[in-house]
Design a protein around this ligand. Structure first.
Ligand code: SAH
Length: 345
């Protein structure tokens, strides 16, 4: 199996069969071999730097009904909230004062936040914080809307593809959502010139190794600047409440593989990874990740953006604990960098 890792490192590619073979035969020893290579590549491009982004979860209203997600429309037990532009600016200011130079606006697909309202929000933030990068993660919109977001000054867009396999996609989403549409949106974002982020959940219900191989090949083809992956974690008020959670170890292995497949990619050690194990975030960084996204949302709403049970929002996950995060990252030999942290092209 080591030959497959060598091949991946040398050619930045593997066939579908090779990916499946490698994943199905992974061992603790093989993981260590992979992480040595992935760390080497990460350090070649990014040194010991870890970029940090301030994540603002600005609305948990959502018109979609994804079966895995705690803020899905059908979940009547979610206490819904929506931050006003003024409250969002307060979050940015708090982040700016802490040194953050990237803000990520993430939310459910909230019809109240129309295209125009988002555009006004972009204007507002970019006018006040012109030295900061602004990332949007507000779901599926038309090509024209994405173009308008870009024109208004947004720099980056995160839209996980969730799974590249259409059959699997339909088992995770209601019939009106489509895998083709999701992929088309990602291609639109790339075409427009957004720094684009895709990604998927590891261990989502009915995921197979073959589907994961398809995810990796889809990402290789799309060439996103960012890839977000994290373990699937069940939420008690969703149809997937009783499903098994994803594996920490497989998530780490995939972070290592992604670093070799897309050497310059921005790869976050996600909240889900930090939530599944106390040292998940650090282990993600040691497997090839190079981004952390602490939470900048107002404390009063943090527990309401509950995508899955036991989602971390305190400790080093909270933006105001930046010093604690910095110390933890230092302890594994890396350094927080407070710049915009753009992708290397
Ligand atoms: N509405 C935006 C943001 C979605 S929330 C959008 O459509 O892009 C961000 C990500 O959280 C999702 O893309 C999904 O991959 C992840 N997520 C949602 N529910 C989850 C769960 N139960 N376990 C792990 N990750 C989950």
């Amino acid at each position: 199996m080591k030959e497959l890792i060598d091949k991946l490192a040398e050619t930045q590619s593997l066939t579908k069969d090779e990916i499946v073979l490698l994943l199905d035969n992974r061992t603790a020893l093989l993981s260590e071999y992979l992480f040595e290579k992935s760390r080497e590549v990460r350090e070649k491009y990014y040194g010991k730097d870890v970029y940090i982004r301030g994540l603002i979860e600005f609305t948990n209203y959502c018109k979609n009904d994804c079966f895995y997600c705690g803020i899905r429309k059908s979940n009547k037990n979610t206490c819904r909230y929506r931050l006003t532009p003024e409250e969002i600016i307060e979050c940015c200011q708090m982040g700016y004062d802490l040194g953050f130079r990237t803000f990520v606006l993430q939310g459910g697909e909230d019809s109240e936040y129309s295209d125009m309202k988002i555009i006004e929000l972009i204007w507002l933030i970019k006018e006040k914080y012109s030295d900061c990068a602004l990332t949007l993660s507000v779901g599926e919109r038309t090509y024209e809307t994405y173009a308008a977001f870009l024109g208004a000054g947004a720099d980056r867009y995160l839209l996980r593809h969730e799974t590249a396999n259409p059959t699997h996609y339909h088992r995770l989403h209601p019939p009106k959502m489509s895998c083709e549409e999701r992929k088309k949106n990602l291609h639109n974002l790339k075409k427009l010139g957004f720094q684009t982020g895709a990604g998927f959940m590891v261990g989502s219900p009915w995921q197979t190794t073959e589907y994961i191989a398809e995810d990796l090949l889809f990402l290789k083809d799309l060439q996103p600047e960012m890839v977000g992956i994290g373990p699937f974690l069940p939420h008690h008020d969703t149809p997937f409440a009783k499903m098994e959670k994803g594996s920490l170890e497989l998530t780490l292995f995939l972070l290592g593989m992604l670093r070799l497949l897309l050497p310059k990619v921005l790869l976050p050690a996600t909240t889900a990874l930090g939530s599944i194990a106390p040292d998940g975030r650090e282990r993600g960084l040691l497997a090839g990740a190079n981004v952390v996204m602490p939470n900048l949302s107002p404390k009063s709403v943090r527990e309401k953006y509950l995508l899955y049970d036991d989602k971390l929002s305190t400790g080093e996950e909270a933006a105001e604990s930046k010093d604690a995060l910095e110390a933890k990252i230092k302890s594994i030999g890396y350094n927080i960098v407070m710049s915009r942290g753009d992708a290397l092209r």
